[in-house]
Design a protein around this ligand. Structure first.
Ligand code: PLP
Length: 354
């Protein structure tokens, strides 16, 4: 084998959670929201004139950027939008991580980080979480080429206190620290209030979880004007028209409907707290989740067995066959009805597999 194959970029892509083709499944495997988006989203989409689609969309997605800036009380110059936070994170890696030194992220974390690092040829070092799956801030007080972590972390659901996040940012003034806040709306504390204090901080958010719009692909980053302008320069050197017209309109409508947002997030948190209790009764232990999912391990039955048994019963959860977490299941919080079926199935599995 030679020729063109020698010059191909070899990468191992990220594997997203399964999107089952059969319809009557209970889907608790990709941390989507069990409720639909705001009804205001339907309204704007219904009112869209499809004839406009012959035109290119606004490359700056100004309307969406404006709505996000207003929601967070920051200027438009501090907001960068992308096609899901995966797009935003990818652009942020490309823009911010260009040092010869290794970037740092936890050993157990969002499994796209190492994929982007490999794709962009960024060297990296993973830092082990402690036994309780906590990020130890001191591990990040050393020479590095940049830092990224989710807070709350995934798939552990564990949150790092904001004071520790701040210490990591403060001790690393010469690199960009990316805080991936995909799950922060479910009870976490955001680092957003620190963006004016630290010019090396980039906070990344998504519409995919708490705003029930994974299918629309909207994510954004907030940081100081200079950092955001650098991100935009890279983005506009790659693809100008990333945000399509329906996503821009839907994104504006969704972020403007704060009542609906609070309602669904509140429901998910209530269901989650109940789920912790129910799982405990069934012999599971869970991490102290601040996300829309639980990270659970059973005292007697292997996670891989429960995963397969649930699948047979058409309940999909996520299992990672990876060191340290191969006896855990990541279970997205569904509706109360879905969760009731989950508890029933788990009870059955616990009784038959013991
Ligand atoms: C879901 C998720 C994302 C990506 O979400 P998008 O759908 O691309 O916005 C990013 N980071 C973490 C930690 C996630 O769990």
């Amino acid at each position: 084998m030679s020729g063109w194959r020698d010059n191909i970029r070899e990468v191992t892509p990220y594997t997203p959670g399964e999107q089952p083709k059969i319809s009557d499944v209970i889907k608790l495997n990709t941390n989507e929201c069990p409720y639909g988006p705001s009804p205001k989203v339907k309204k704007v989409l219904d009112e869209m004139n499809y004839k406009r689609f012959r035109l290119y969309p606004d490359p700056n997605a100004s309307k969406l950027v404006g709505a996000i800036a207003k929601y967070h009380g920051v200027s438009k110059e501090k907001v960068f939008v992308g096609v899901g936070s995966d797009d935003v994170l990818g652009m942020a890696f490309l823009t911010c991580f260009n040092s010869d030194k290794e970037i740092l992220f936890p050993d157990i974390t969002y499994s796209f980080y190492d994929v982007w690092a490999d794709l962009f040829k960024i060297s990296y070092k993973t830092i082990p979480l402690d036994e309780d799956f906590r990020i130890k801030k001191e591990d990040y007080f050393k020479e590095n080429g940049g830092i990224v972590f989710p807070n709350p972390n995934a798939p552990t659901a564990v949150e790092m206190p904001l004071s520790d996040v701040e210490d990591i940012i403060a001790k690393n003034p010469n690199v960009v620290v990316i805080v991936d806040e995909a799950y922060v709306d479910f009870g976490g504390t955001s680092a957003l209030k620190l963006i004016d204090k630290y010019d090396n901080l980039l906070v990344v958010r998504t519409y995919s979880k708490s705003r029930a719009m994974a299918g629309m692909r909207i994510g954004y980053a907030i940081g100081n004007e200079e950092l955001i302008s650098k991100l935009k320069a890279v983005k506009f050197s790659y693809n100008s028209y990333t945000m399509n017209m329906p996503s821009i309109e839907a994104g504006v409508a969704a972020i403007e409907d704060d009542d609906y947002f609070r309602e669904i997030v509140g429901k998910i948190i209530t269901t989650r707290e109940k789920a912790k209790e129910e799982l405990k009764k069934l012999g599971f232990s869970c991490t102290d989740t601040k996300a829309n999912f639980l990270f659970a391990s059973h005292k007697e039955i292997q996670a891989s067995v429960i995963f397969e048994e649930l699948k047979k019963r058409k309940i999909f959860v996520r299992y990672f066959n990876k060191p340290r977490i191969d006896n855990y299941l990541r279970i997205t919080v569904g509706t109360d009805e879905e969760m009731k079926k989950l508890y029933e199935a788990l009870e059955d599995i616990v009784n038959t597999c013991k």
